[in-house]
Design a protein around this ligand. Structure first.
Ligand code: SF4
Ligand code: SF4
Length: 95
């Protein structure tokens, strides 16, 4: 699922934090959150991987107090809104 994040600076700290959640070390390949460059517009696209996508799907950070991508994002207010929307859509699909 993809979301526009106009104030994302593209640092990709969230990707590394996510890989730490999944496997305890840092690897862009093991992240469920992908930061994708836009064409000339401000910000980045945030993609959260789901079942069926290539790569490890987001498990909503089960077992963590706070989603690690959120905890380490410099623009966490905006990323929080994205995650809330994603988690809510995931719950609807599961029902
Ligand atoms: S909420 Fe999802 S994308 Fe964010 S760190 Fe956790 S598993 Fe990764
Ligand atoms: S940590 Fe936040 S600002 Fe950095 S790339 Fe991820 S979403 Fe963007």
């Amino acid at each position: 699922m993809k979301f526009d994040m106009p104030n994302c600076g593209g640092c990709k700290t969230c990707e590394l934090a996510c890989s730490f959640h999944h496997q305890g070390d840092f690897s862009f390949a093991a992240s469920s959150i992908k930061i994708i460059k836009k064409n000339g517009e401000a910000g980045y696209i945030v993609e959260l991987l789901e079942e069926g996508d290539a790569g490890i799907s987001c498990d909503c950070c089960v077992g963590e107090e706070i989603p690690l991508c959120l905890e380490h994002c410099a623009h966490s207010d905006f990323l929080r809104e994205i995650l809330e929307e994603f988690f809510s859509k995931r719950r609807q699909i599961a029902e």
